[in-house]
Design a binder for this molecule. Structure first.
Ligand code: T1G
Ligand code: NAD
Length: 697
């Protein structure tokens, strides 16, 4: 095999190295190369010990996801690992970067593992709708214990080398040169004639739970996150349970069988789509890889309300000092109190230490003096959703901010170009649309103005990544991508109420579909006033929602909206005033209420979004259908195992979506439901939204 896998000798030590940039993914040639290199070293009498390592930025980061769904070529990773397992010479995995998935499973077929500091080790298969398929569910519990293994497999999150050392997953951390350290480690093993224990034969760490199987349930409960509709978590728990009472070869066979079943399933296809779509989303036409982002050492946020406070926390959490500007001392204090309360909540949940909280709080400067933003490298405006106020603020920012500052607006709907035009530096202006709660939601919708400079875009993408967000660049239109599609859903959700449904029924159907919450609970969280301001600015009416707002009920922030919220309570209970208001509204507009089933509710909420997504693609507001999917998954909780609205449409079939929309347009008389030309064209051609990217490639 060509130089993808090479072996060099250091005396009696064979060092096998994989070099398949960028992440040494275990494609066919790599698997075959590793198998052949190990066989050669095994059969070479001069070789006393074998080291496996990866060149470049990381040890093998897992199977090559591009190969999934294609005919598999032998040897499989299971074959390679089976042969490695039987080698009677010391085998040592020397890891750095991110040994993940099949990469970590390879190391579990070695007798020893040594790691460079900063290495992060994990089994992220669950994030792809899979379980580890090459022994991870059986070998990791034997090496690191069932509790740690379950935590790693169910979260999919990697652990740092020092934690891996603590649980016995690695045998040593090499502070100096990794390969030289690994060779020295190998020589020590040989000199001390250390017994060669195969991980598969290790049982001591299973004893405690085997003796008290009830403990297994406690471990599962401790590590199970809400997995609404996901198939892989339950499969992973079942697989790890086999370590208790199923002989390992049988357990390994079952693991592979379950892995292959999930691999062929729709959920994993959807989650793999999102894996690549998320990475594609960061590639923006007109912004080449060599456009350098501006350096961001200090930030400022205008407005410390629902969003401003959360955005400021993102900067402080990422280690960037942030100035928060408000109109008056009392409003500023309210905003600062909310921030402190959020940190205290995280501390009480054990996800933040007291010291770290103090460090983060120390990065905030609160002021009512807008002049204080003069030394900020980026300023994000999060004031009321009113164009006049935003223009007035940007006029000030233009006057006061340093020349190379990036000026951003967190507007949900408004015209970013119009805001930029009040400044003398529209090239430095763009939208950075965070999602509520801003310190939690991962999406950052970056709105590119018609004059936004490439390095300003590159800066916003880099800042998004630094804040732990998933950045997606979109164009300017009302509501950009996410909220524009949300509006299409909102119009239909109000229509469903008038025709016979109640808020909790609509929300129930969508949560069953996989969303964390339905449209009405979501607008109560965001604040009904945001949508109200938007409708007023558009001159459109929502009979029921407007009536609720006129009563001053804005949702959670006022304790009442579509639902009623008890102080400190979790979630809302149905609001009888609203239900009476809905029934009365139906009567007033002459609609006879009827039962509406869940399927109809889901189709009438999701299909109009897909239709609006097609228009957005046609207008070039979004570059790829995958971008729209990433926006809806990370910004609006669209179920990841359905792959996002556009991927979901491809799964349902565009002809079926088109026909349902055409029927809806006819029955409702609402022309907006008429299938978008792109949808019509693709459906007629039997094509998919995904095929658009393939055609472009
Ligand atoms: N396969 C194919 N391509 C991959 C890949 C993989 N496993 N991992 C990364 N890439 C590509 C990625 O698309 C991007 O390409 C480039 O590498 C850099 O990635 C049997 C079956 C390793 C932590 O799930 O988590 O093993 O966009 O931009 O931020 O049990 O990539 O440049 O063209 O993300 O530095 C398990 C997935 C597979 C790891 C690096 N492994 N990868 O992050 O760079 S399932 C994973 C990651 C498995 C076994 C099963 C991250 C990373 P492009 P990047 P990064
Ligand atoms: P909010 O009413 O909670 O907070 C707005 C804050 O801005 C208030 O505290 C107000 O005192 C302050 N303010 C107003 N004028 C100011 C000025 N000239 N200088 C300094 N501070 C000023 O509103 P919010 O929900 O945080 O929304 C803020 C922006 O973020 C809006 O554009 C909104 O559309 C957008 N947004 C909101 C959400 C959401 O879910 N709430 C999500 C994304 C984006």
């Amino acid at each position: 095999m060509d130089q993808i896998v090479s072996t060099r000798r250091d005396g009696g030590i064979a060092v096998i190295s994989v070099d398949n940039p960028p992440v040494n993914a275990l494609k066919h040639a790599v698997r075959a190369g590793i198998r052949d290199a190990f066989a050669a070293a095994r059969d070479d009498a001069a070789v006393e010990a074998i080291i496996l390592t990866g060149a470049g930025r990381t040890f093998m980061a897992g199977a090559d996801i591009n190969e999934f769904g294609k005919p598999s070529q032998p040897p499989s990773l299971v074959d390679v690992i089976r042969e490695m397992d039987d080698i009677k010479k010391p085998t040592i995995a020397a890891v750095h970067g991110t040994p993940l998935g099949g990469g970590l499973e390879l190391t579990l077929a070695c007798h020893f593992r040594v790691a460079a500091p900063g290495t992060r080790l994990g089994l992220p298969e669950i994030k792809l709708g899979l379980i580890p398929g090459a022994g991870g569910t059986q070998r990791l519990p034997r090496l690191a214990g069932i509790d740690k293994a379950m935590a790693m497999i169910l979260s999919g999150d990697p652990i740092p080398a020092k934690d891996a050392l603590a649980v016995g997953l690695v045998d040593a951390i090499i502070e100096s040169d990794l390969i030289a350290g690994a060779i020295a480690f190998a020589r020590k093993v040989l000199a001390e004639k250390r017994p060669l224990r195969r991980v598969r034969d290790m049982e001591d760490k299973l004893g405690e739970v085997r003796r008290d199987p009830q403990k297994f349930g406690e471990i599962v409960a401790a590590h199970t996150k809400r997995s609404r509709g996901l198939a892989a978590p339950a499969a992973a728990v079942e697989a790890v349970r086999w370590t208790l009472d199923v002989p390992i070869d049988e357990a390994l066979r079952r693991e592979r069988e379950k892995f292959m079943e999930l691999l062929a399933g729709d959920q994993s296809k959807a989650q793999r789509h999102i894996f690549f779509a998320e990475r594609e989303a960061a590639k923006v036409s007109g912004v080449s890889k060599d456009v350098a982002p501006r350096e961001i050492r200090r930030a400022a946020v205008i407005g410390a309300g629902t969003m401003g406070g959360g955005i400021a926390m993102c900067f402080a959490n990422a280690g960037i000092p942030v100035t928060v500007v408000e109109t008056a001392a009392d409003v500023l204090k309210r905003g600062q109190d909310t921030i402190a309360r959020n940190y205290k909540t995280s501390m009480s949940r054990g996800s933040l230490s007291a010291d770290e909280m103090e460090r983060r709080l120390a990065r905030f400067t609160g002021t009512t003096n807008i002049g204080a933003i003069a030394d900020a490298d980026i300023v994000i405006e999060a004031v009321f959703e009113e164009m006049d106020i935003k223009k007035q603020v940007f006029g000030n920012l233009d006057r006061l901010a340093k020349t190379d500052a990036v000026l951003a607006t967190n507007t949900s709907y408004l015209d970013v170009n119009a805001i930029a035009q009040v400044t003398k530096r529209p090239a430095s202006v763009l939208g950075t649309h965070f999602f509520s709660p801003a310190n939690v939601m991962k999406l950052l919708e970056i709105v590119r103005g018609k004059e936004t400079a490439p390095d300003v875009l590159a800066t916003a993408i880099a800042v998004g990544r630094k804040l732990g967000k998933v950045p997606v660049v979109v164009g300017v239109c009302h509501g950009f991508v996410g909220n524009r599609m949300l509006s299409a859903r909102g119009i239909e959700s109000e229509r469903l109420l008038l025709e016979g449904a109640l808020p909790h029924e609509v929300d129930g159907a969508l949560t069953e579909f996989g969303f964390p919450m339905g449209p009405f609970a979501m607008s109560d969280l965001a604040g009904l006033d945001v949508g109200w301001r938007n409708r007023k600015s558009l001159g459109v009416k929502a009979v029921i929602a407007d009536a609720i707002c006129e009563k001053g009920d804005y949702g959670q922030k006022t304790g009442k909206g579509w639902y009623v919220y008890e102080t400190g309570g979790r979630g809302g209970r149905p609001n009888p005033e609203v239900e009476a208001l809905i029934v009365d509204a139906s009567r007033r507009v002459g609609i006879t209420r009827r039962p509406i089933d869940k399927q109809e509710i889901v189709e009438r909420l999701v299909y109009p979004m897909i239709n609006e997504g097609a228009r957005i693609l046609e207008e070039g507001i979004a570059q790829r259908s995958g971008d729209i999917d990433v926006i809806w998954i990370y910004g609006y909780g669209f179920p990841v195992w359905r792959g996002g609205p556009m991927f979901y449409a491809d799964t349902v079939g565009l002809a079926a979506v088109r026909d349902r929309l055409a029927a809806l347009a006819k029955s409702s008389g609402d022309k907006r439901h008429a299938p978008a030309p792109l949808l019509e064209r693709l459906a007629n051609a039997g094509a998919t939204f995904a095929s658009l990217a393939q055609d472009k490639a």
